[in-house]
Ligand binder design. Structure first.
Ligand code: CS2
Length: 510
């Protein structure tokens, strides 16, 4: 099969949408750090639609991978072209797929191969936006506080190597330093990661690091560059080899790295751009003054329940989100978690019907065409729990409200950290704090075993792990929290996931 490439594009099968504009006219206006599947399924198609709508070709994307060359190796021979497959099922349950070849990616780079080139791209006068999807752990911050982790190996390295940084904070600050020295035109730094007040967080990290490099630079960044906060939402599972083959067959050309996603897309972003922007609203983005309420909504409802479902499902051996949500007891639990515990903590948003939002979310989780792996969502729990679940818990505890459903999600994470599911199958724990967590889990298990009264075993285990401040912060010493989590851990340990969920259903029905 011929490779997908601008020269073969005319031979793609007719059902596939493709760029009809002159790609040679594209200029790089956006440098995107973290060229994962999410950005290729969210930012890129929205950006392309806006460029086409406005006939403004200054917003081509230079995509940067921060570690591995695999995305570049797949996409450079295709001149940045790749397929986006939007998948779901119709009312009868029959799977369907909409295919589009996306052309907005002009360049793909690999940061470790040539860090100086990345700095030059950030400093280039045509670059107006640096966007980021580097996942929670890419920020080199303390998840519990949001402060820069000055002991992070990437940060320590970057303070000593201004010409060859590794961390995103290092790249941004040294890129801005070159920009400041060359022409001093401002830039927008746009985080698209699942972190609360992601722009404000990024600003704090960048200014902290810049202050350690040069205080004039720090002052210039603070005065001229902007860091809009945003909420992004689209479920984008990892592409498998089977997906690659099926999508290549469907487009009639060999695509080495297509991406897939659900039809749903949401993007709310603060309209605070230092050097202009495309009008992404033509493809579903909403520009607002304050994104925080939308971020809270999304992080707590979508990601909070996603993580709750993922840890329980990994323990129970349910591989995909649709498989898990098809179990009536799981669906009831996730629905109740949203309605009874999460929704009441959310600020009111004009025109938003939370019950409808929850229903639609359950339908998104049930999408049978995505095969979204629960083990994928379970990754990096130490970085995800604080903003997805612990904020909601803190708020409810402060107001004296029950947290049973949220405690079950935390208990599932603590049980998941033991690395074996209910059928004793081992799975890898992928987490930047995995080593430290391993030590804590061993100590917590030992604490559980020496507890005098077996009834206190789960409490001793929970108390030890909740004492781990990098994740739990000020919740560490909270007795009510420990007790609530211990009660759920006991259920999980004694009767297992399915019965724990089923028992919740019964209690609720009474
Ligand atoms: C998921 C998210 O993997 C995960 O942690 O919860 O990637 C989720 O699919 C997206 O945030 C949905 O917008």
């Amino acid at each position: 099969m011929e490779r997908l490439h601008p020269d073969t594009l005319t031979r793609a099968l007719p059902a596939v949408d493709r760029p009809h504009y002159d790609r040679d006219a594209l200029r790089i206006g956006i440098v995107h750090l973290g060229l994962g599947a999410f950005a290729r399924a969210h930012l890129a198609p929205v950006n392309e639609a806006a460029m086409i709508d406005q006939g403004d070709w200054r917003w081509g994307i230079c995509g940067v991978s921060l570690r591995q060359p695999d995305t570049r190796d797949a996409l450079a021979p295709q001149d940045g072209l790749y397929t986006l497959a939007i998948r779901d099922a119709d009312a009868s349950g029959a799977k369907r797929e909409r295919l589009a070849i996306i052309g907005t990616l002009c360049e793909t780079l690999v940061a470790p191969e040539d860090p100086a080139l990345i700095l030059a791209r950030i400093a280039a006068p045509d670059t107006r936006i640096v966007s980021l999807t580097v996942t929670e752990k890419g920020y080199c911050h303390h998840p519990a506080t949001g402060a820069l982790n000055a002991d992070h190996p990437g940060i320590v390295h970057d303070l000593a190597h201004p010409n060859a940084p590794r961390s995103i904070v290092g790249f941004i600050v040294y890129g801005l330093q070159q920009r400041h020295a060359a022409q001093a035109t401002p830039l927008t730094l746009m985080s698209l990661d699942n972190l609360p007040s992601n722009g404000t967080l990024l600003r704090g990290l960048v200014l902290d690091f810049a202050g350690r490099v040069d205080t004039d630079l720090q002052a210039w960044i603070a005065a001229t560059c902007t860091f809009p906060c945003s909420m992004v939402d689209r479920i984008v599972p990892r592409t498998t080899d089977d997906d690659r083959k099926a999508i290549s067959r469907a487009i009639g050309l060999d695509d080495a790295w297509p991406v897939l996603g659900e039809p749903f897309l949401d993007w709310v972003i603060e309209d605070d751009f230092a050097a202009g922007r495309p009008d992404w609203s033509v493809a579903g983005a909403r520009f607002v003054t304050h994104a925080t309420p939308y971020e809270l909504l999304k992080l707590r409802m979508v990601n909070g329940t996603h993580s709750a479902l993922a840890y329980l499902s990994v323990l129970a051996g349910w591989r995909t989100v649709d498989q898990a949500i098809a179990q009536p007891a799981m669906r009831r639990y996730i629905g109740a978690l949203m309605r009874d515990e999460i929704a009441p903590t959310l600020p009111a948003l004009d025109g938003l019907d939370l019950a409808q939002y929850a229903e639609r979310l359950l339908a998104r989780f049930a999408n049978p065409a995505l095969h979204h792996q629960t083990r994928q969502i379970a990754m990096d729990g130490s970085q995800k729990l604080p903003q997805r679940l612990l904020g909601t818990i803190r708020e409810r505890l402060r107001n004296g409200l029950p947290i049973d459903g949220l405690a079950l999600a935390v208990a599932a994470w603590l049980a998941y950290l033991q690395g074996r599911d209910e059928a004793h199958e081992a799975y890898p724990i992928s987490d930047p704090l995995a080593d430290a967590l391993q030590v804590e889990v061993a100590a917590a298990m030992a604490a559980g075993e020496v507890a005098h009264d077996p009834a206190h075993r789960d409490e001793a285990y929970a108390a030890h792990l909740i004492g781990y401040r990098p994740v739990f912060g000020d919740l560490s010493g909270n007795d009510n929290f420990v007790k609530a989590v211990a009660a759920q851990l006991k259920q999980l340990r004694t009767i297992g996931v399915a019965a724990t969920l089923a028992a919740r259903g019964t209690t609720m029905a009474i």
